[in-house]
Design a protein around this ligand. Sequence first.
Ligand code: COA
Length: 306
Amino acid sequence: MPKPGVFDLGNKAKQDARKETARQNHVDLVSSLSSSKASSQGKHGADEKAQESKNILVSSENGITKITFNRPAKKNAISLQMYFDIMLALKNASTDNSVITVFTGTGDYYSSGNDLKNSINDTGEIPDIAVSAKRLREFVDCFIDFPKPLVAVVNGPAVGIAVTLLGLFDAVYASDRATFHTPFTHLGQISEACSSYTFPKIMGSVKAAEMLLFGKKLTAREAWAQGLVTEVFPESTFETEVWTRLKTYAKLPPNAMRVSKELIRKHEKQKLHSVNAEECATIRERLPIEEYTNALRNFLSRKAKL
Ligand code: COA
């Protein structure tokens, strides 16, 4: 449905109502997923207010909401609870008074991707794939719909979904120590987080195939050359340079940035939602279970490291 003109008040009111219903549905969804957390995380939007859950840290100051993967002993692998915490943090950041939202990691890794123990239980069995695929779809939808500029400060190696999600970010700053690795085939898995669409679009299909099919690990400079990374900084000055720049960006007029982001992304949004839905349906229906189970068992028995 075309967007009404500024002066088309009747249609605009209808569209606003539809938007509000969609927004509310989204809020309800995330709240229902995270109700246990919601009550403990307090009021949204307070600058200088740090929120903390175990493995995800959320803080907001200088116009920047920072969401930190904080599980360094596990290379910031993303557990199930972290999925819920991130969805809640994004929901809060979308309405707080920060201007931009930034993801980064504690320690030497940005994130080693999905916690592989999410996918297999102690007896070596794979839990319900349909549930995982549904959760993945909801998680990725939160990134597709996020209304403010979303920035990744990639402080170290990134693996799996921590890489594929970058195709949905507005800017990606990387330390020259960072690497970008999507070993899906090695794990009997398939592309997610819209990377089957965003990666070929960003870097061309042959470069995307090298990453997504063959699991080629990129250095930060290679990822920059292929358009996945905005800029690479020397490790020694990375934190200072990036955060100084982000603080400057966070002083820009927020509404203009938000509206521009909407314009840049709006033609893609529906496409991204349908790609996300298709990737998740494929995971549910066509994941090569035997290859997947073997790869997970190998990781758990420490036979495999990527
Ligand atoms: N899921 C679950 N646990 C993970 C993990 C992940 N994605 N990444 C790291 N860990 C855990 C390790 O099992 C280890 O746990 P332990 O101390 O209880 O044994 C701990 O984090 C430290 O990792 P370790 O393997 O000892 O560090 P390393 O520097 O030698 O290797 C990696 C780091 C990331 C290369 C290696 O852990 C790895 O290959 N992880 C799997 C990454 C992956 O496949 N992600 C999903 C992609 S789709």
